[in-house]
Every structure is written in structure tokens, then in C-alpha cells.
Write a protein that binds this ligand. Sequence first.
Ligand code: SF4
Ligand code: SF4
Length: 153
Amino acid sequence: MIIKFLRMFFLVEMIQGMLVTLKYTFSRKATIQYPEEVKQPSERFRGIVRLHRGEDGGPLCIACKICQRTCPQNCFDIEGAKDESGKMRPVRFDWNLERCSFCGLCAEACPTGAIRNSKEFRLSTPDRSKLMFHLSEMYSDYDLQKHFLGEKI
Ligand code: SF4
Ligand code: SF4
């Protein structure tokens, strides 16, 4: 009874509460200022698939269509043709984000490592037509945020 009275008299609960507030005021923040700051997803995260180029800047894709045959969602429509050096290259590479389940099977099956899951998770757009990608929009250096949001960024 006396202890309870002393705790009330010296505002112990209130001081304890204020100490908790003070501790979180100066501790490292868990929140970030999105979209100015973007937190990197974990190593195992599978984002939107992107095409990659080789060290010489040429495409790694040989238009073998293994990714197309592997994809359980039928996301791809690929056509290839030989370039002037006789190498098979994609001339059409249509890919439908709307169907993709981010399973990563296409990236696993690709024999040249041309297609890989990126870490990009910001895929919202007010324009549904932006969910269909064509060859030049599939490369990893293509600006996805401009693609999705256009003039709004
Ligand atoms: S991640 Fe899966 S669903 Fe998406 S394109 Fe690749 S194979 Fe198809
Ligand atoms: S991305 Fe890979 S699997 Fe798909 S067509 Fe190109 S080389 Fe073949």
C-alpha cells in the first residue's frame, strides 16, 4: 500500500513512460522518407525481370526462347534473327508484367544469364499499357520509374 502510494506520489509510471519516449527519440529510426529514400530489399528478393548485356555492351540474349517455354504464366513473346555477324539476337521481346508471378524460373533457365530478376519493387502505374514491355524497355539500364510514372516524376 505504501509502495503504491510512493510510486503515485513520485510519478514513477509517468517518468518510466517518458524515459521510453526519450529512448525512441534518440534511437535509430525504422521509418524512411519514401519515395525520396528507398530501402534495398533482401538478397533473396525477386523483382521485375530485366535483360542484361555482356562486357562488350552487346546483348547476352540469343533468342533461344527457353525463358518463354519455361514461364508458367506465358509472359513472353520472343522472336529472333541472325545479326550481321551471324549471331542469333532477339528482334522482338515482348514481356507482360501483368501476368508475372515473380517465380524466377525464366532467370534460372536462361543459358546465358541474359534475363535476371532485379531488385526493383516499385511497379505501380496509372496506365495499364505500361505493363507490357518491348525489347528496348527490357534492358537493365532502362529507366523504369520514368516508364511507370512518366511526367509525374
Ligand atoms: S518470373 Fe516467372 S512468371 Fe515472371 S516472367 Fe519469369 S518465369 Fe514468367
Ligand atoms: S533471355 Fe535467355 S532464355 Fe530467354 S531467349 Fe534470351 S537467352 Fe534465351
